[in-house]
Design a protein around this ligand. Sequence first.
Ligand code: GLU
Length: 439
Amino acid sequence: MASQHRSTTTREATAESTPSETALETARRQLDRVAAQLDVDDAVIERLSHPRAVHEVTVPLERDDGSVEVFTGYRAQHDSVRGPYKGGLRYHPDVTRDECVGLSMWMTWKCAVMDLPFGGAKGGIVVDPKSLSDGEKERLTRRFAQEIRDVIGPNADIPAPDMGTDPQTMAWLMDAYSMQEGETIPGVVTGKPPVIGGSYGREEAPGRSVAIVTRESCNYYDYPLAETTVAVQGFGSVGANAARLLEEWGATIVAVSDVNGGVYDPDGIDVSAIPSHDEEPEAVTRFATELDEGDDVSRISNDDLLELDVDVLVPAAVGNVITADNADAIAADIVVEGANGPTTFAADTILEERGVHVIPDILANAGGVTVSYFEWLQDINRRQWSLERVNEELEAEMKTAWNALKNHVERRDVTWRDAAYAVALDRIGDSHEMRGLWP
Ligand code: GLU
């Protein structure tokens, strides 16, 4: 009953929800909406509205100047009915407990959509990684590993990179954990460099899955890629890799951006000429300043990019960028969510009413966690796969998940997000009901 009550109140609140909606609010509203459509036990939905645990730690860091600063870190563990908790660690000044919980819920659904034997988790440290030297970042990461050591592990909870963290961060974490355990345990994290048990293709995987899902949705809605225009917000690993692959497959990337703004060229941008954020931070900005602005090529803001009249919009930067304030102005026919949670619940409703197809994050960027699963298997077996094998298996997994959602969309006439939630909740609900409540 409690969940039904919450459903009603959150639905009423929707119209007033603001751009500042937290990831947790969005995640709960999405869950309530789908719960009302599905035949999943109320008790299970109620359980899934709450994380199993949220670990909060303090992480002291000796700065390079000898002073000591204390940072707050979190690890939210949402649900593990289908397997170990899984999800990224982000280093960002806006990290909060609620954000970690909301993102951990999305990881649970994402792993279930992909039918991976994992649950959902997310964590991070409230810190601006740009303010840290490499040495400080290493010390902070090693100490954080120590503080969460008891709650992570290759069979318990497996972190991975997210905003502000990268393969090097995972290498430090894995090393710190392994040193304390007294043996090398590569499977405690994924997204490591391949030389220490990381998987080839892991870094590009979220962008690759965004590109695969964009290609599938264009086929589905009859947009031949060669005639399709795409705008990509964000040029980190997700945005850059998605843009490059889509360009390779024939689409025209008309706009890209980084944190400072973007570039628009209706004739298409040579995205392979622009380094990604990881290769050269803020290279889009450099590209934009070196540009001879002609009649056709122009510099645009991130807000303008979202409203461009393109076939496909890929928000691949941060969360909460499509809100009730700009949803009416989104001119794309298809939105493929590269970032986690770029669309607020209220914006989603508006886009649905306007007939804009939103392909949700929990499918679109799920290539990351899927190749994380491949990495975990490689670590357990101590045998590395070739890049070709990783990409082939990722392609197959993405197509299987796409087809499962498509069947649902066609059978039930629901949005792609509703379909993704339905597929995920069916699987999670069945596992909960079969295992039962302990004791
Ligand atoms: N941080 C990534 C995500 O949001 C990947 C998580 C993982 O590989 O565990 O999906």
